[in-house]
Every structure is written in C-alpha cells, then in structure tokens.
Design a binder for this molecule. Structure first.
Ligand SMILES: Cc1cc2nc3c(=O)[nH]c(=O)nc-3n(C[C@H](O)[C@H](O)[C@H](O)COP(=O)(O)OP(=O)(O)OC[C@H]3O[C@@H](n4cnc5c(N)ncnc54)[C@H](O)[C@@H]3O)c2cc1C
Length: 430
C-alpha cells in the first residue's frame, strides 16, 4: 500500500479522498462497523473554510444550512436569549450546514471507495510496524499491512498516535464529554418551533446553571427531520463536582429546561451517544509527523471551543487533506522521512486551522472561570427580570440598575481582570 489510514472519520476519509484521487493505493481501516458508526458531533460543519474541498460533493447528505444562530444564558428556569437571523448564510453556497455523522460519513466512505480506496470496517489497528526505526505499516487482526506511510486519524484518544510516541493520554483538563440525543420531529414542526424556513436551519448554544457549575454548555441543531440536542461538560469539573457519575442526568436537566423542552417535546429518540472532545486548543497540538507517519483531525488535537461555537469537523477535513497532499509530494521525492513529511506541518501552520487555534489559544484558560456558568447568567437574568416585573411599586431606576450591573460584573478588580484578558481573544500571536 502507498498509504494506510487509521480511522474512517472525516479526517481519515478526507485524506483517502485526496490520495485515491491522486491515484495512490490506499486502505482505510476502521474499527467500527462502518464509517459513521463510532463518530459523534454536535453538529454543524462550517463549509466556507473548506469550500474548495466540499465544492464537488454533489449529493452530500447535508441536513440544513444554518441561517439562525442563537445564544442563551440560563439561570434555573429563566433565560436571556440573543438571536441572529441571516438568510444570506444559506442560499447557493451556505456558510455552514447541520450534519448527522451517521449519514455524512458513510456517504463520504462510498465516495472514497468509488475513487478506488479500500475502506475496511471492523479492523481495529493495534500496532505499528517499524523498519529501521521508521513506521512501515500497521498490524491488524494479527495481519501485517506494510505501507509507505501511515496517516493516523483515530480520533481524540489516538492510541495509535500514542504508540507512535506523538500523543499522550489527555489529562481531564484537556477534554470535555459530550452527551447527545437525536430526536425525530416532522420538518414542519421543526420549522415552526425554531422559526426557520423549509430550507433553513438553526444552531443554538446555551450556557448556565444546567451544567451544575461545570465548564460547558448545551446545544440544539436542527436537522431536516430531527433535532440534535446535547450537553458538553469539562471532565475535570465533572470529576470534582457532584455531577460525577450522573453526567447523563445533565442532559435530562437540560432537556427539562422550559426553553429546550418546548423545542423537542413529542419527538422520538432516534440516537443516543457520548464522546470526548479535545478542549486544550492550540496547547493540545504537538508534533504531527514522524518518519513514515502523520496525524490528522482529533488525533492531532485539532479542535477548538471558541466559547460561542465549536470547530472540529472542518479542521478534520482540512488536516486530513493537507496530510494527504504532503504524502503525495513525499512520494514524488521518494522520501517519507519526518523531514520530508514536515511540509504537512508547514501547510497546517499556514492554514485557517492554525490561524483559529492560535487566535483562541487563551480560550481554555478563560473557560476555567466558573462565573461564566453561574454568576454571569444569573446576573443578566436578574437585570432583565428586574426591568420586566412591573407593578404598583415605584419603577426600578433603569439607569441605576444598569450601572449597578456594570459595577458588579465589570468594574471591580476580579471581573475587570477577566474581561481585560478576554479582549485578546481572536488576536493571532504568530
Ligand atoms: C458532542 C460533540 C459536539 C461537537 N460539536 C461540533 C460541532 O458542532 N462542529 C464541529 O465542527 N465539531 C464538533 N465537534 C468536534 C468534531 O465532531 C470532531 O472534531 C470531529 O468529529 C473529529 O473528526 P476525526 O475524523 O478527527 O475523528 P473521529 O470522527 O472521532 O474519527 C475517528 C475514527 O477512528 C476510528 N478508530 C479509532 N481507533 C481506531 C483504531 N485503533 N483502528 C481503526 N480505527 C480506529 C474510530 O472508530 C472513528 O471512526 C463535536 C464533538 C462532540 C463529541
């Protein structure tokens, strides 16, 4: 084989797509029953940043283009919500789509197979083959598969990346766990409840008391005939807090919130999943090449929680393809050493993937502030609650209430320090 790819997620399949398209002999080994069976996302995929890659994905099983974004702060049953509607985000070449991995990954797997790659399920890679110190293939089911290069796309825990000495077991502070349901609803009901048209979709993120003080939040994404609903919580906070052992209850609490309940009630549970998510951002990305080996997608730590959205899928697609491009060049040079494959690292650092990871490198530290998940949502609800409760008493002095809010949450040493640091988010350092 010219290349063995470990893992048929988006990173692995994007790599195979490019290699097979370039005429290389490639095999993708997947431990699950097929592409999409082990893969979990929230799910929205930003298509704009990988437009050149998805441009010819005719017939791809996209769910809905996202034209409505909403962010909600939650305190108990109360909530404050900001929504942004922009039909321009849909149209001919939508900015982002909701997706179901159970549909997207098998479709991509078939596309890759049609180009001549072998996509083989139920093949958990257990070992790397080595020759003169360099990686020279893999062992699976006791069988050796020699290859010029191995592209490791085996997801967040990347046992194969660990075997190569490039990855370590991520600490609890470097990962979150996502618990998710897909709830079936008629398309018309979804459109009425979320306020979108037949060819439009919504992405909603919620933050606040339902995570029980843990770093994290909740999400809702509208698919064509289902809604993806889930919570994500930092594993370190989960281990330290009362929710430990009851993480699934956090999802139940989230679904019971009045705002969420009304959106999904009466639906049919179609899918239940839990999965880890990389949370370390740029600090979680280490070396991505060794002699005869490359890492891509979650296996390389390439995912980003930006606070108001999550990016991982298009990082996986883009990095898988960049790894494959480096393999094609290395093959032309007849040199699969780490030095030769380093063109992948350079491409990655030059790409939007690194631009975002770099600009948001302080995000994981910012998200350690528990006020984001308790006090701030409560204070915002208190402020607006005070303004809307009108009765016979003298009216609340609006200006004074707003000023009090600003002093309590911005203009004091503790909060000012936090918001001062936050101003650097989104600024590239290199
Ligand atoms: C709850 C949740 C919400 C998220 N929300 C979003 C979102 O809205 N938008 C976004 O862009 N990203 C989101 N992400 C992140 C995104 O889903 C991931 O970054 C992305 O799926 C990574 O793709 P991948 O191909 O690198 O890894 P994966 O999709 O995890 O694929 C890895 C594959 O490798 C296989 N494998 C593992 N070990 C072996 C082995 N030894 N041998 C053979 N095969 C193996 C696995 O079975 C799997 O199929 C979310 C993640 C979660 C969990």
């Amino acid at each position: 084989m010219d290349a063995v790819i470990v893992g048929a997620g988006l990173a692995g399949l994007a790599a195979a797509d490019h290699l097979a398209g370039a005429g290389l002999q490639v095999v993708v080994l997947e431990r699950g029953d097929g592409p999409g069976t082990k893969n979990v996302t929230g799910g929205r995929l930003y298509a704009d940043s990988v437009r050149d890659l998805v441009a010819d994905w005719d017939g791809a099983p996209w769910e809905r283009p996202v034209t409505r974004e909403a962010w909600t702060l939650v305190d108990g049953d109360r909530s404050v919500r900001v929504a942004y509607d922009d039909p321009g985000l849909g149209g001919g070449a939508p900015h982002s789509y909701t997706v179901l991995r159970g549909r997207l990954d098998p479709w991509l797997g078939e596309r890759v197979a049609a180009k001549g790659a072998f996509v083989i399920p139920q093949k958990p890679v257990t070992e790397l083959l080595r020759e003169d110190g360099r990686v020279a293939g893999v062992r699976v089911d006791g069988e050796e598969i020699p290859a010029e290069v191995v592209i490791v796309c085996d997801g967040i825990l990347s046992f194969v990346g660990q075997a190569a000495g490039l990855r370590r077991v991520p600490g609890p502070g470097a990962v979150a766990v996502g618990i998710k349901e897909v709830i079936g609803l008629p398309s018309g009901t979804i459109e009425d409840r979320f306020g979108v048209g037949p060819d439009e979709g919504a992405a909603e993120l919620l933050l606040g008391s339902f995570t029980g003080g843990c770093m994290g939040g909740g999400f809702l994404y509208t698919n064509r005939e289902s809604v993806s609903v889930g919570v994500v919580v930092g594993v370190e906070d989960l281990m330290a807090g009362p929710a430990l052992g009851n993480a699934p209850d956090l999802l139940e609490a989230f679904k019971a919130h009045p705002r969420v309940r009304r959106l999904v009630e009466g639906g049919e549970l179609l899918e239940y999943a839990a999965h880890l998510i990389p949370e370390a951002g740029a600090a979680g990305v280490g070396p991505v090449v060794a002699d005869g080996l490359l890492l891509a997608g979650d296996a390389a730590g390439l995912a980003l929680n930006m606070g108001y959205t999550v990016r991982g899928m298009e990082f996986a697609l883009a990095s898988g393809r960049m790894a494959a491009q480096a393999v094609v060049e290395a093959r032309e040079r007849g040199d699969a050493s780490a030095a030769s494959l380093a063109s992948y690292e350079r491409r990655l650092k030059d790409s939007f993937v690194w631009r975002y990871l770099d600009a948001y490198r302080d995000m994981p530290a910012m998200l350690e502030n528990p006020d984001l998940f308790g006090r701030y949502p409560r204070e915002v609800c208190d402020l607006l609650g005070g303004l809307v409760r009108l009765g016979r008493d003298a009216p609340a002095p609006v200006g004074a209430e707003v000023w009090r809010f600003v002093r309590r949450n911005l203009l004091n040493p503790r909060d000012a320090r936090f918001w001062w640091k936050a101003r650097k988010l989104g600024r590239q350092t290199s």
